[in-house]
Design a binder for this molecule. Structure first.
Ligand code: GDP
Length: 526
């Protein structure tokens, strides 16, 4: 007879929760859509398609998204495939990403790094990769747009290693590229996947002995086959062998080649990924590791999103389930608040309509109705002692001075600042000596969201003036002398009163470090 615990184990085993990281235009939307098509998408939270169309037209909060054709906040998509339940965490693909993007990655157990074959490793990919690498989660690489002329696969592998510092192991290898693309050779299964038809819509799979098999010559021609043999011989001799343990530790990334828009290589990728990617992982807490199969329900809030539905001026707290089974209506302890709360209105988002979930398991993300009781990083649990490790904060890179247009609105302004800081939408600093208020963010979009919400929710018109700083460093020192930080830099305090120096460029930062050898300069608050 199957017990509740067996059932929990099964539900955990079949889940995979991951994020796709890439630079804008690499094809993330396209790849996500293709993945969803393989499974019956059951819940699309802020659906990928909807983002680019006009489904959010009724929501004024989504106005920014609509105007700019981007997704302001990351959400989650869930689908089933081959007995697996898959959660894809969407991270905004636009240049204007925000701290939300980074924090969302903490809810993923692995990441798929999508790279454009012609462009290679780009800026935003590097930033997102580094956040994943810090956690040591497995990273799978999909090199996209093989139907276009691109860089050589060896060159791309070298770039991945040089720029990102991770070794790679190709799981398949292109036979030709661009107009000459014939297909890929699957190194694990020893088979050829042929890309066929005028519009490249057909895919044929042929089993072969190995890459020397003359059958490949018949299919691909002499020239491409010779090249394939040369490349794969080199890889066999000089390349890294596949090693699952290294993949799990984030030291080796399996690489797949394909073309998302042509649906070429996507299914193979998905199937391999499901086999190799980790199931929901335990999370660290003050009372040790919390295993997903722990019967007691627990989870943490990694993101708070305001006003998705203008009819209700409420917020949604996104919770990653870490252990146990979630059931609608259950009572849990809100650890920080020291309160028992009833989870009666958990939601998933089906485009713009809200869909109530009645049960969910580790790895799943649920949206909780939030009348203002949650903060980012809050732990909810059935056993009162579980408090998950704090979520990371990120060093701001863009700064602006904020002023209120109407001085009479000062109280609402302060309330807005306090609440938006708490949500993690912005970081606030005060200049030492002048008492100016500066905002720090990781993406330009956060300023726009700030302005928009200050006006919409607090009725305050603010003015933002960009400041020329690029780096923030928290200083830990016995004594801090403001006069030392005046050249291309300025001294400020964060909300807790910690000293922070903002620098205009790397040179100024290095000079300050050299001149203050006894001080520590930290990227985030101590
Ligand atoms: P995102 O910004 O990363 O979400 O990228 P999109 O999915 O919107 O794709 C950006 C552009 O690349 C679109 O015009 C896609 O049609 C195109 N694209 C995506 N995948 C491929 C591919 O495999 N080959 C080619 N040639 N174009 C692609």
């Amino acid at each position: 007879m199957s017990t509740g615990l067996d059932n929990l184990q099964q539900e955990v085993d079949k889940r995979r929760t991951f994020a796709i990281i890439s630079h804008p235009d690499a094809g993330k939307t396209t790849l996500t859509e293709k993945l969803l098509l393989f499974g019956g998408a059951i819940r699309l939270a802020g659906s990928v398609k909807a983002r680019k169309a006009s489904k959010h037209a009724t929501s004024d909060w989504m106005e920014i998204e609509k105007q700019r054709g981007i997704s302001v906040t990351s959400s989650v998509m869930q689908f089933d495939y081959n007995g697996h339940r898959i959660n894809i965490l969407d991270t905004p693909g636009h240049q204007d990403f925000s701290e939300d993007t980074y924090r969302t990655l903490t809810a993923a157990d692995s990441a798929v790094m999508l790279i454009d074959v012609a462009k290679g490793v780009e800026v935003q990919t590097i930033k997102l990769f580094q956040v994943c690498a810090k956690r040591g989660i497995p990273i799978f690489t999909f090199i996209n747009k093989l139907d276009r002329e691109g860089r050589s696969p060896f060159e791309l592998m070298e770039e991945i290693e040089q720029v990102l510092g991770i070794r790679s192991v190709p799981m398949n290898w292109p036979i030709g590229m661009g107009r000459e693309l014939c297909g890929v050779y699957d190194r694990m299964k020893n088979q050829v996947e042929l890309f066929q038809g005028e519009d490249h819509s057909k895919i044929e799979v042929r089993k072969v002995e190995d890459y020397n098999d003359p059958k490949i010559r018949e299919m691909a021609g002499e020239y491409l086959h010779d090249q394939l043999c040369q490349d794969l011989e080199l890889l066999d001799v000089a390349g890294d062998p596949f090693d699952l343990e290294k993949v799990k530790r984030g030291e080796l990334t399996p690489v797949f080649f394909g073309s998302a828009v042509n649906n070429f290589g996507v299914q193979t990728f998905l199937e391999n990924f499901l086999q190799l990617a980790p199931k929901p992982e335990p999370r660290r807490s003050t009372s040790g590791l919390v295993e997903p199969t722990n019967e007691k329900f627990s989870g943490y809030v990694f993101k708070i999103q305001a006003n998705m539905n203008p009819a209700h001026r409420d917020r949604i707290a996104f919770l990653r389930i870490v252990s146990g089974k979630f059931e609608r209506g259950m009572s849990v302890k809100h650890v920080r608040a020291g309160k028992e709360i009833k989870l009666s209105q958990p939601q998933q988002f089906l485009a713009q309509d809200r869909d109530i979930v009645s049960e969910a398991y580790p790895g799943d993300i649920i949206g909780l109705f939030d009348p203002g009781i949650f903060r980012i990083g809050d732990s909810l649990s059935q056993s009162s002692e579980v408090v998950f490790d704090e979520l990371p904060t990120f060093s701001p890179e863009i700064f602006a001075k904020v002023t209120v247009k109407n001085a009479l609105k000062h109280k609402q302004y302060q309330k807005g600042i306090d609440q938006l800081t708490e949500e993690g939408t912005i970081q606030v600093f005060t200049t030492v000596g002048f008492e100016d208020t500066l905002l720090g963010v990781v993406g330009q979009l956060q300023f726009e969201v700030f302005e928009y919400r200050m006006k919409g929710e607090y009725g305050v018109d603010v003015q933002l003036q960009r400041m020329p700083f690029q780096f923030a460093r928290w200083i830990v020192a016995d004594k801090v002398d403001p006069s030392k930080f005046r050249i291309n830099s300025t001294l400020v305090k964060d909300k807790k009163g910690n000293y922070v120096v903002l620098f205009e460029n790397e040179y100024a930062m290095r000079t300050a470090m050299e001149k203050n050898p006894d001080a520590k300069f930290l990227e985030t608050a101590p």
